[in-house]
Ligand binder design. Structure first.
Ligand SMILES: Cc1cc2nc3c(=O)[nH]c(=O)nc-3n(C[C@H](O)[C@H](O)[C@H](O)COP(=O)(O)O)c2cc1C
Length: 732
């Protein structure tokens, strides 16, 4: 049964997506027709003409005219009989002569019918209306989610961060949401009127006049009623039946419907459109863009985003779903000695919480796990509380924690429990781990005892998580290991082509490794700044290294510093040419130069040079690039020294500032050079320069402090640069 339900659920979801897609794609094609019509119409210089003048000229060329129609874009179409058949031409309003034969394209007619009713008449109209309703609900809920994601109105136009698929989704959504809301709501209104759910848009036709004057029909160009009517107001004019003196012209203008006496030229029984009809006409124009070519263009472009957003939306949903964990052995809140509360938006924090949950159960605890929103008033048997929470938007609470602080405020202080907070976040955001910090501050303020200090986990680092676990085992007094096992991803086998060793003389061995791109499967394409995940033999968790090359270079280049006891770094240092590794690419799209017109300021230390040298190597357009880099000694670990000298000479690199901590002349760190290079850095920032930082955590803190000092005279700090996407880091 559950399997059947699941199949039904996914089939329904795909069907809904398919319907919205059909509406959107046919809508895009239909939006093109006002544009084409507008391009074919002759409108300029016609505004002063009256209907009488224009129609008079047309009948000179078309004596057997049956009807003249003016489209919302301003094209004049004349229907006439020729050899017993009714045909139509598009005509020039100034001369009355033919421009080209006019024919409704059967493809367009088919697409329109597909758009309105899925070619199925009334049942199709109902389905189509439902799809429009879904599109409206999706756009409205999407708009709210988008605002949350961006961190509120203030950041509406700010840079979008996060994984690639969700960035594309948000960028397109931001561009298209108003257009989509307009298309969907106006479409829904029109469907509702057609289906009779809203008052009928069709006003009653005027009554055929009881009597008409008898005499000789006046030439159509002299009919009184048409002389005062500007051509722009005409919708259509149907001619009387030839030779029938009792017949009349039927006239439809933008204001209403009536008849024109063919002898006296008088306007008879004219009936103005009522307010409902006017509303309908207005909404029709908003939906189709007919008569407003620029609106048609905007609607067409916004609707074009729907297929991509459908794909990225489903991919995001799938990711979130895949990240969900199932938990058995959850103890009731009233019985548990340990409470575990989780704040999450994308569900990835749940996987870490599950690892902690399992380890606590293993250690003999009765654990209750729930979302932070489910915080209870009291946990009678609880001895400890763990809070694991991510941060979302611009430093805000993730959705499963939004009610937490309000609920916490209602708990009397005497019910406090010793608590540890572990924050999950991303250092690329200005407000790194801000929500976890806010929760911790509030708990401190209320006097809840701390089990251990707040720890922040950057980009789901398993290493930080297991270190936190070790600290926890000291507190719990029992051996306790948090081995978070991410799922092993499919890898390619890459062969080592060459290796260069640096830094032995200064006790900091660094090896530059160059691998082939593998054959089966070949590595997907990558750019400098992306990451390669490498699995040491018999390990399930990969270690990441920044890439110095891009796939176009034909090899994958990384720099690896040998760490004491480091499993992966020692493994990589031990590789000989010809050996193979298991690796996969993790795109790191936010860490690369954004703009070719603005300067890039690259800052790094040690192996942090890897992505930076890659950016410089591919700076074929000679964008202004400055590199600040720190090592130990120029004779020992000056990585890429010869290459950098070459890039300076051929202008791929504009400025190189180095710092060597163990050099006899002016020893120092990269942050010291930043402090002494203030005027140049301020100049680059004023030119709109952006920073890309790569290296260890200590360096990143030092660099931020130095830059805050240097940029203070401009009233700018690193947080401000981060929030506008001009300060991006790759820190390990
Ligand atoms: C739209 C968006 C906004 C984010 N905002 C922040 C932020 O302001 N500060 C931060 O440290 N991390 C931020 N992050 C990163 C997440 O907190 C981090 O990826 C976390 O591991 C996600 O956990 P979850 O999947 O359980 O929500 C943001 C991520 C996204 C997608």
């Amino acid at each position: 049964m559950p399997a059947m339900l699941r199949t039904f659920h996914s089939v329904a979801a795909w069907l809904a997506a398919l319907l919205v897609l059909v509406l959107a794609l046919t809508g895009v094609v239909l939006a093109a027709s006002p544009l084409i019509d507008r391009a074919q119409a002759r409108v300029s210089g016609t505004s002063a003409l009256s209907v009488a003048e224009v129609v008079g000229r047309i009948v000179e060329h078309y004596p057997s005219t049956e009807q003249i129609e003016r489209t919302p874009s301003g094209s004049l179409i004349v229907y006439f009989s020729a050899a017993q058949n009714s045909v139509a031409d598009r005509v020039d309003p100034i001369t009355g002569q033919a421009i080209a034969p006019y024919q409704l394209s059967p493809v367009m007619v088919w697409i329109k019918s597909l758009h309105r009713s899925l070619l199925l008449d009334t049942p199709g109209r109902v389905v189509s209306a439902t799809a429009a309703l879904m599109m409206l609900l999706l756009s409205l809920s999407g708009a709210v989610l988008l605002l949350r994601r961006l961190g509120g109105w203030r950041r509406l136009l700010g840079p979008v961060q996060g994984p690639l698929r969700s960035r594309i989704h948000a960028e397109l959504g931001r561009f298209a949401v108003l257009g989509l809301i307009l298309s969907a709501s106006t479409g829904l209104y029109m469907s509702a009127t057609t289906l009779g759910l809203l008052p009928d848009n069709q006003q009653m036709d005027p009554l055929f006049p009881d009597s008409v004057s008898i005499g000789t029909p006046a030439p159509v160009g002299q009919l009184l009623a048409l002389q005062d009517l500007p051509i722009g107001a005409l919708r259509d004019l149907v001619f009387p039946y030839p030779g029938d003196p009792a017949d009349v012209f039927s006239l439809r203008t933008r204001d209403g419907l009536g008849f024109v006496d063919q002898n006296s030229g008088e306007l008879l029984s004219f009936r103005s459109f009522g307010p409902l009809q006017r509303v309908y006409e207005f909404i029709y124009m908003l939906h189709t863009g007919e008569g407003l070519w620029w609106l048609a263009l905007i609607l067409g472009l916004t609707t074009l985003t729907v297929p991509v957003m459908t794909y990225t939306g489903l991919a995001i949903w799938w990711r979130r779903r895949a990240a969900l964990v199932t938990i058995a052995d959850n103890s009731p809140a009233v019985q548990a000695d340990t409470i575990l509360l989780v704040g999450s938006e994308g569900n990835t924090t749940w996987a870490f919480a599950k690892t902690l949950f399992d380890a606590l159960i293993e250690a003999g605890h009765r654990v209750h796990i729930d979302s932070m929103n489910a915080l209870a008033d009291s946990y009678p048997k609880a001895k400890q509380l763990f809070i694991l929470t991510s941060t979302y938007g611009d430093g805000a609470a993730p959705s499963s924690a939004q009610q937490f602080l309000a609920k916490l405020a209602r708990i009397p202080d005497e019910r406090s429990i010793p608590v540890a907070v572990l924050g999950f976040g991303d250092r690329q955001f200005a407000q790194f781990g801000a929500y976890a910090i806010a929760v911790k501050d509030e708990l401190d303020r209320k006097g809840w005892p701390a089990l251990q200090p707040l720890t922040l986990v950057d980009r789901q680092s398993c290493q930080t998580f297991s270190r936190w676990g070790q600290e926890l085992s000291n507190y719990l007094g029992s051996p306790f290991e948090l081995a978070h096992q991410p799922v092993r991803l499919p890898t390619s086998s890459l062969q080592l082509l060459s290796r260069t060793l640096y830094g032995e003389a200064v006790d900091a061995p660094i090896v530059v490794l160059r691998f082939g791109l593998g054959k089966k499967p070949k590595l997907p394409s990558f750019s400098a700044g992306d990451l390669v995940g490498i699995y040491p033999p018999e390990q399930t968790s990969a270690r990441f290294y920044s890439l110095a090359s891009c796939s176009g270079d034909g090899e994958m280049e990384i720099c690896v510093r040998q760490q004491d006891g480091g499993i992966c770094s020692n493994y990589l240092h031990s590789l000989a040419v010809g050996d193979s590794i298991a690796a996969y690419i993790q795109v790191n799209a936010q860490f690369r130069p954004n703009s070719e017109s603005r300067p890039s300021i690259l800052i790094g230390a040690g192996t942090g040079i890897a992505p930076l040298v890659g950016f410089i190597r591919h700076n074929q357009r000679h964008q202004l690039m400055s590199l600040y880099w720190g090592g130990r000694h120029p004779d020992a670990d000056y990585l890429f020294a010869t290459e950098l000298a070459r890039y300076l000479a051929d202008n791929r690199l504009s400025r190189l500032v180095t710092a060597f901590s163990r050099h006899a002349d002016a020893p120092g760190y990269v942050q010291d050079r930043i402090l002494t290079d203030g005027p140049e850095l301020r100049r680059l920032v004023l030119q709109g320069g952006e920073f890309l930082i790569c290296g260890g955590k200590a360096m990143s803190v030092g660099v931020q402090e130095a830059l805050n000092t240097v940029l203070a005279p401009l009233g700018i700090d690193v947080n401000r640069l981060k929030s506008t996407g001009r300060y991006r880091e790759d820190i390990y």
